[in-house]
Design a protein around this ligand. Structure first.
Ligand SMILES: Cc1ncc(COP(=O)(O)O)c(C=O)c1O
Length: 400
């Protein structure tokens, strides 16, 4: 019989029990997150943190938005779950709403549970649609940790963790069109990319690069997949990077989504064109929990909040203000990215700045670029919270 603790409440108790019983696979912040509201996280010790990391890009609508919470509660009282073997009004509504905000060419949705699963299904659809097997992905891209997605991830140590990797994955240099063109032969089913590489330090290509990829795929019968697990659902100030101005309005054949799609309820999705959907038959794809009612209620409510709270416009306005204010910080060398997926490049290493911000109760993210601090805040962040952040940065960096 394993020993059972009393209900842990203080930071020390919760941390000790979690460390005792959970695999030590994450480096954690010294916070017990107890409650959230908008851009704020409240701890077990009654402290409040400004969350510029958005719970890992998940809290797009802000923490525990009342409309999302009410939709989940209402659905929970009716039916927690039934699989895709029955029709569901919640699923019908979510699919229709998601397709309605997507670029016009993306007409159908497949629901799953996470980002890695969305990418696995996207690659599988590309192979089915083309009868080919190879997938080209890019240096610095991150696509998840299940077998096929980790094999598509050419970033640091990740691919190694997935050994022996799934065959048929090759790597091109992100942003270098010649590198991908040289690899795109008749064996290639898909070219898949994070249109803004987040984990790599928020790297973007020139807008005509996306157009060139689209033309290459059209010319060679290759499926273009955007992994929008981070860039999707309003984060860039557009609904998606797909169809947006930063990517020359290019629309890929498949967009994958997760993270902010359910405001915290696990849900992933692939959005596909008519052409891709025509090549998918009954039983080709599936997952028990995909399209479950709670997740679907969360998706619909999330998209409704983004519209009703004017969050796309807010992202654009507040991004502009943040860039203007960051220009006052001499240690900032560059600000990369778009909307609320931003990488602040410092002249000195970012880790001490990240730590000092946390001591001042501001949560930010690091990246695999040691000079870049990542911001992935809720889309409801306001200028007054930017002021708190920039004032803290000015104080911290003055003391470096
Ligand atoms: C761009 C991108 N793709 C895929 C994934 C994997 O998503 P998940 O952790 O939901 O499997 C992530 C997760 O961080 C991601 O950032």
């Amino acid at each position: 019989m394993k020993p059972q603790s009393n209900k842990p409440t203080t930071f020390a108790e919760v941390a000790a029990v979690e460390e005792r019983y959970q695999l030590a696979t994450y480096k954690k912040m010294p916070i017990v997150a107890e409650r959230g509201e908008g851009v704020w996280i409240y701890t077990s010790e009654g402290e409040k943190y400004l969350d510029l990391y958005g719970g890992h890009a998940v809290a797009g609508t802000g923490h525990s938005h009342s409309h999302v919470v009410a939709a989940i509660q209402a659905q929970a009282e009716k039916l927690l779950f039934y699989s895709n073997l029955v029709y569901s009004a919640a699923r019908a509504e979510a699919a229709e709403k998601l397709v309605s905000v997507a670029p016009a060419a993306l007409t159908k949705a497949f629901f799953c549970n996470s980002g890695t699963e969305a990418n696995e299904n996207a690659m599988r659809m590309a192979r089915m649609a083309t009868g080919r097997q190879t997938v080209i992905t890019f240096s610095g891209g991150f696509h998840g940790r299940t077998a096929d997605s980790i094999s598509a991830t050419f970033l640091g140590k990740y691919r190694e963790l997935g050994k022996p990797n799934v065959p048929g994955h090759i790597e091109a240099e992100f942003g270098d069109f010649e590198s991908v063109r040289a690899l795109a032969d008749e064996s290639v089913a898909a070219i898949m990319l994070e249109p803004i590489q987040s984990m790599a330090g928020v790297r973007m290509a020139a807008s005509d690069y996306y157009q060139a990829l689209r033309e290459l795929c059209d010319e060679r019968g290759i499926v273009l997949i955007y992994d929008e697990v981070q860039t999707g659902v309003g984060r860039t100030g557009d609904w998606f990077f797909a169809g947006g101005e930063a990517g020359s309005q290019v629309v890929p054949d498949i967009v994958t989504l997760a993270k902010a799609l359910g405001s915290g309820i696990p849900v992933g999705a692939c959005l596909v064109t008519e052409k891709i959907s025509a090549s998918i038959k009954e039983n080709d794809l599936g997952t028990t929990f995909g399209g479950g009612m709670i997740a679907m209620a969360a998706v619909t409510a999330t998209l409704e909040v983004i519209e009703s709270d004017g969050l796309l416009q807010n992202v654009k306005t507040v991004e502009a203000y943040l860039r203007q204010r960051l220009a006052e910080v001499p240690e900032v060398a560059a600000v990369r990215g778009r909307g609320f997926l931003l990488g602040i490049e410092f002249r000195t290493p970012a880790a001490p700045i990240h730590k000092a911000l946390l001591e001042r109760k501001i949560i930010t993210g690091t990246s695999s670029d040691p000079h870049v601090l990542r911001l992935l805040p809720p889309l409801c962040l306001r200028c007054e919270e930017i002021d708190l952040f920039v004032e803290a940065l000015l104080t911290i960096t003055a003391g470096l």
